[in-house]
Design a binder for this molecule. Structure first.
Ligand code: ATP
Ligand code: MG
Length: 444
């Protein structure tokens, strides 16, 4: 990446001046091509006399040549001032007010610069609870989490404002908190999970001091809002680098506070005689999940949750049962409930996702059922949740290195089932019922 450093006025004073870099033309062209709506917002704000920049993840991604997920704008304009400039502008949020500017399907999140809040210390704790004081660009930069996330880009004059040393860290591919790591992680322990997300996704090394602080602060994750943690975990699972992320979670001791059951399970099998093989299965599942995601699949939350508890359930109630219903299916459901219960309670995992995950696990045995009289494969294909159950089976097959041909067979059957006419489906259902009735009679 060619860019030129124009000045070096950074100081450690109260109002730091930025190091200014010049973005190269290809980066700006990329910003214009992909972020045209964000650029419209910035242009309008600037023409009205406000400061406005691209910020955060999109600047980071543009600089390392990745396609940004979305484009965020930061501005000196207050929410009301910003909203007034856009016909489709809407103020959202109560605690922190943002302006959403809509262009068709795209929403450009436009946030007023804010500064780090005064710490509130109930009982001496360092957790941010208020986050709503407006500030300057410099203050807005230093309240962000990691140096590489703290850069501002003016897409019209091409200047990159670096208040936090983010450009050097981007060059070195290092993830480092802005300011003292322990203080910043205690303020918001979810940043530990964010560090792991960014480092695995971008293949950045976590700076040593930040890493040590992550270990020290991991236990504080239980102070953070459970839904935020859940959201980050699901993101890690869906990232395509879940295996690396979970290895990092475990080695910085963050797995125990966020998912004690999984932590205990992994510890227990580590010390059991058969540990090698068993430990392997969990990581193989994550590896298979990553391959799945990398090939373009987007597993649902229920599939991800089922994968998380898969080994624990399978250890108590084997999934490869040849029953359609009955004791072994009930045992699987019970094991899933027991494993998920603390998680639904603590992490506020929606009940809907939890019960769906349980169902996906109880359905796994059906994929390998053969010639069972009352089993109607085509009707199974038409059942609610079939596709998710099949996605889980595919990942399990990949992980075990067998059963992929069986999976292919089910893909064909699914196609066949989707081509059935309504009458044919009805006939198929009747056939199932007739058999059941006949059997019941015979039993009498
Ligand atoms: P992604 O590509 O995943 O969207 P991102 O860097 O844009 O990555 P977001 O979660 O969208 O991450 O947040 C946008 C920006 O807001 C971040 O780049 C960072 O500057 C800031 N930010 C987000 N979460 C935090 C946090 N917990 N603490 C401090 N700053 C944060
Ligand atoms: Mg983002």
């Amino acid at each position: 990446m060619s860019r030129e450093k124009r000045n070096d006025r950074r100081s450690r004073s109260e109002a730091p001046t930025p190091v200014i870099y010049e973005a190269d033309e290809s980066l700006l062209a990329e910003a214009r091509a992909r972020g045209q709506n964000a650029l419209r917002v910035i242009s309008r704000l600037q023409r009205s006399g406000h400061e406005a920049y691209l910020v955060g993840g999109c600047v980071r991604d543009l600089l390392i040549g990745r396609a940004p997920k979305d484009f965020d704008v930061a501005t000196s304009a207050r929410p009301r001032q910003a909203k007034r400039l856009f016909r489709t502008g809407r103020i959202i949020g109560r605690r922190f007010r943002l302006v959403h500017v809509r262009y068709g399907d795209e929403i450009i999140e436009t946030a007023t610069f804010r500064r780090a809040p005064q710490e509130t210390r109930p009982g001496g704790e360092l957790l941010i609870t208020e986050d709503n004081e407006y500030g300057t660009a410099a203050e807005d930069a230093v309240r962000r989490d990691f140096t590489v996330n703290g850069l501002f880009l003016d897409p019209f004059n091409g200047e990159i404002l670096d208040f936090v040393g983010g450009m050097e860290d981007l060059d070195d591919r290092v993830l480092r908190t802005i300011g003292d790591p322990e203080t910043r992680l205690l303020e918001d322990p979810v940043r530990i999970l964010r560090a792991i997300k960014f480092s695995t996704r971008l293949d950045f090394r976590i700076d040593d001091e930040t890493w040590v602080a992550m270990g020290r602060c991991a236990a504080d994750l239980d102070r953070s809002a459970p839904p935020r943690i859940l959201e980050e975990i699901l993101r890690l699972l869906r990232s395509g680098t879940a295996m690396g992320a979970f290895k990092q979670l475990r080695s910085c001791t963050a797995l125990e506070p966020i998912f004690p059951a999984l932590h205990t399970h992994l510890e227990r099998i580590k010390s059991s005689p058969d540990s090698e093989a068993k430990l392997h299965t969990f990581w193989r599942l994550l590896e298979a999940l990553d391959a799945d995601v990398q090939s373009g699949e987007r597993p649902s939350n229920a599939v991800l949750v089922a994968l998380m508890i898969h080994d624990m359930v399978d250890a108590t109630a084997p999934l490869e049962t040849d029953e359609l219903q009955g004791a072994s299916i009930r045992a699987i459901a019970r094991a899933a409930d027991t494993t998920l219960e603390p998680f639904t309670r603590a992490a506020r995992l929606p009940r809907k996702d939890a019960s769906k995950a349980r169902r996906l696990l109880t359905l796994q045995g059906r994929f390998t059922l053969q010639g069972k009289q009352n089993f109607r494969p085509l009707l199974f294909c038409l059942m609610e949740d079939f596709e998710d159950a099949l996605a889980l089976f595919r990942i399990r097959s990949r992980a075990r290195g067998r059963g992929y041909d069986i999976y292919q067979g089910w893909v064909d059957r699914l196609l066949q089932a989707s081509e059935l006419s309504e009458e044919e489906v009805l006939a198929e259902r009747k056939r199932g019922r007739r058999r059941k009735r006949r059997r019941r009679k015979r039993r009498k």
